[in-house]
Each structure stands twice: as structure tokens, then as C-alpha cells.
Unconditional design. Sequence first.
Length: 427
Amino acid sequence: MSEEDIASKCYDIHVSLAGKEVPEFEFIPKVGMMVSLSLHLRGLPILEYEKLRLVSSYYFRISPLLLKDLLESLEEIEFVKLITKGSSIHKIQPQIPFFESVYEKVGEFANNKLSLNEPEELALEIISKLTSAPTEQSNLYSLGAEKKLVDRNLVIGHEGGYILTKRARGKNILLSPLFFSENADVFADLTARAGSTKIKRILELVKSAQGLPLSIIESTMRINENSISIDDLNILKRLAADGAVRPPSIKTTHSGENFFIFSPSPGNSKLNPAKREIYERAMAIVASVRQGQFLAKQFRIYSPVALLKALKRNGYLKSTSETFEQYHQLAVIKVGKMVKVSGDRYQFHLVSSEENTAALDLAISLIDTGNIVNMEINDNAILALQKDQTYIESIISSNNLRTHATIALDEETMQEFDNILLTGLGK
């Protein structure tokens, strides 16, 4: 696993735990919290420590007791500059570069300065395995760890919200809602029938060609340059029909109704709930340009990324006789509007808004790399960091205090702990 992947998976687990403490974990929470702070501090001006302390506790589930140590670690990798008074932090100056991966830099620090214990190594190995596809529970016992350690990790994952178990076709299927947030039963059933390896391959192919029309896949029996079998196609159709791989659709007079296939919708660690609408808009944008790329009547799009960059730069697309049907759905969801030029020729104009710009950037990323980027940010937290301290204080005071939760030790470990206490008391 790369340093970037380690940091990314630590962040996924941290977000999913939502403040719950795991006795076995010390490396994973710290790295996850460092990533969370870095993502949200990037681009902000100098901040008062007290305000960051309140925002971090409320939005990022970072205990005030841990914040100073986390900031000192971020200063070590030059992500922040700390302004101190004596031994106390007074202000924080964020200096996280925009063109450098937060995950890679934090992961490099973690690899050089921190040490994973055995339960944490296994936790990251399990979540890494579940990133690409669900798998049978029995497969985890071949990872090389003791059975009781695997079982304990499954308990932590279930209680921490990043592992689900579904019973399908007589098998226990594990999947992670961090990466398969919808229709878990469908994924479990298909994994039990076809196997994790086949599902993983299909989803990797879909990611490599986000927004490809299902009709093109069916007619060519290929995704990009990779051939697929009838069974692969049927699995893909099942995923699309049951909403597990959400397919936007476009209807035109010359090509009928077509569905466009995307990777499964991710969970909260990679797609903040407040940004889900942006994600939906991005998929609609990709579907529109894929329509022109693969199903045009006359005006074919040869480079979808270049076209979308031109839309971002100019604010509109040149008129064609196919524009109205091709981009009609984008006008319905207020990404843009149609401007009639003459006859049946329309220009598509982007509606200027932060949300639409973000959706356009995400659409470019989906086509270019297949990845969802910059959707994990909590905009409410950013707003709170930019307001005065009374703003976050009022938000906190209007909500009940959070209960402190811990994922309990397993019975065997608890018994060992009790024995240590009893032995100590007897001396």
C-alpha cells in the first residue's frame, strides 16, 4: 500500500468512526485527523487557535486534548506555521499547497514517524481490500493474521460503520459503505454469485470510462479497449437496473433513450453529504458530453475534457442543432441554460455559481482520471472557520453535547486486563 493510500484509508476510518475511540488504534486516528485538518485549512487565512479548537471538536471530531500535537505534526511537514505565546499556540497560519496531495504528504510523515501496530495494519489491509469490491468473509482469514485478530477487526469495523456484513446465497459477504453507499444487498448478491474478482474487474473498467453509454458497451462488448463477456454485461445491467451503479439518462430523437454508467456512489469520507448534489450535476455533465462523443448525429465531440475546459473558460458552448436535446437535462437541473441562435441551433450557457463550477471541475476529473476529488470538504466547517468565534459558539450551544463513545474491548482482552488489575491490587 502506498503512503498516499495509507493516509487516505486512515482518513476514511477516522470519518466513519465519528469520534468513537478504539482501544487498539492510535496511529489511524492521528493520521486521519491530520488529513482532515489539512483538507479544511487549505487556502484559509491566519486563524485563532481557540476558534480552530471549537470547530475541530464540533465538525472534525478532534478532541481538544489532541489538537496541539496534531498541529505540531502539521508544522513539521510545513503545512502550518504556529504562532505561539510561551508554550501555548496563539494562532495558526495555514500553508498547505494547492498542487500537492494532502494524502501523499501526510502519508509520508506517517510512514517515517509513526508505527502501525498489528491490529491497525490488518484494519488498513481489510479496508483496502473492500475499497475495490465486496468479498466473502472467509477470504479475510487468508490474509495471514490470527483468527481472533480478524474477528476483532470485524467487530470494530461493524461498530465503527465502515464494514457491513450481508448474507447472500448462503455466504457472508463483507462490503464497506465508505465505497458502496447504496444498494448493499445487490452488491452482496452479485459478489456471492460471481465472486469478488469478477466484480472488482467490472468496477475498475467502469471507473476507467466513467459515463460510457450502456448501449455502446452492449453493442461492442467492450469498455474502452477491454473486452467483456455476456456474464460481465449482465452483471453491469443488474447493477444499473437496481441503482447500484447510478445511470443518468438522455433521450434524443436520433438515438432514443440512453443510460450512462458510473462507479458506485461513495460514502461520506469521499463525498460529503452536502456535496451530493454537486456530484449528481457532475454525472449529468459527463453524460451530456459522452452523448456527443459516442451517440452524436452529426456534431461529434472528439475531446470531452477539452470541451468542458472551454465551457469553464468561455462560459458557453458553440451552437449546434443537437445542443438542445444533448444538454436539455443540464438546463432542467440549472447547470446551464439554452440560448437560441437560429432555427434549431442553440448555445449552451453555464449558469455561474460555485456549485456549477465545482460540478464542472468534478466532471473533468471523472473523465480524465475516473476519480472523485475535493468532495470530502465540509463547507459548514469552512464557513465556521471564516466567521468570528461567536458564530461557532452559537452553533455549539444550540446542539446537545455529544456523548463520548468507545468501542469496547473484546471479552478475552477485557479478562486479561482484569487479571492485570487484580494482580496489581494483590501486590
